[in-house]
Design a protein around this ligand. Sequence first.
Ligand SMILES: *Cc1c(COP(=O)(O)O)cnc(C)c1O
Length: 372
Amino acid sequence: MSDAGPAPETGRLTIDLQSLATNWLDLAERARTAATGAVVKGDAYGVGITRAVQALAEAGCHTFFVAVPEEGVRVRAAVADAAIYVLGGLVPGAGRVYGDFDLRPVLGCRPEIEEWSALRREGLRTRAALHVDTGMNRLGLTLGEARKLTETRNFADSLGLSLVMSHLACADTPDHPLNRKQLAAFRAVRTLLPDLPASLANSAGVFLGAEYHFDVVRPGIALYGGQAVNGVENPMRPVPTLEAMVLQVREAKAGETVGYGAAETLRRASRIAILGVGYADGYHRAAGASDRRVGASAFIRGRLAPLLGRVSMDLMAIDVTDIPGVARGDWAELFGHHVALDDVAAHADTIGYELLTSLGRRYRRIYLGGSD
Ligand SMILES: *Cc1c(COP(=O)(O)O)cnc(C)c1O
């Protein structure tokens, strides 16, 4: 065997843990008296749950929210003393794992509450949260169900409740009337369980102002630098930077076409750089270009270079006609400090969340900051 080192890669993902910590501190500052948790589901929005959780814990975060128990187990391995809430609740029949790893299920329907209650009666000491729906119609008890259940004696103690929460459906649109409706409904929820810490706000909810903060805020996307609120400047620092290597530079004539389906016809003689990242790496195919629509751009040698034609599985083409000096082996930024994640997402008719959580496994991942 040779000691050639790791195989070279044509795509690399740099994750700035220092910026992640700074974003958390920024949100904590905005949330003032509320405790600031961190939502780390979806492998911490694609950036890597273990390193993300370690960096956040070092910044002072004690409360983590995951979607499923498996993610909770990984958070527990990274931070021994964290409070970990599983947003998906109690997976039927899987009570043991919650006890073994001290994972707190977010309970949101009656059968689930009954199952948890039975486990508690059998001696399980793990805490839990209660989710009451206030207008999202996803998870959570109805307000009516919550009213009824909370009339039972000792309700919060028997379940070991440590949090009552709800989730905003439209916080990214500050003027949406559902925000105030949900706020009013959540205030009513709170009167049912006045002694429990309460949590309503996701990232966008933090920006809605103090009345939405209650005791614990649950930011996700803003931690990772994504756009939380529509139509305003994004104040967060980018955390992931995705780059692709130039594999080839070629010249093509006006009237020739680029890529599959001949979707884009060159309007001028062009220099084209071919990059070694495609949709198999999670760069969405829909962000590509055609004669009818402008695609996303990459950033190379200090300039923006628009995509040309469709994104292939492993490759994409960019127009570098006006950018002198681009050469094989150069790196182009696909998103990060110069190309906004949400800009690429918008060109692909999706949101930054989906782009991040679909990032492929083929990249070399480089972590900046944080401790090893
Ligand atoms: C995903 C999620 C969050 C975080 O939302 P962001 O918009 O990413 O800040 C908060 N609470 C719940 C219940 C969630 O599912």
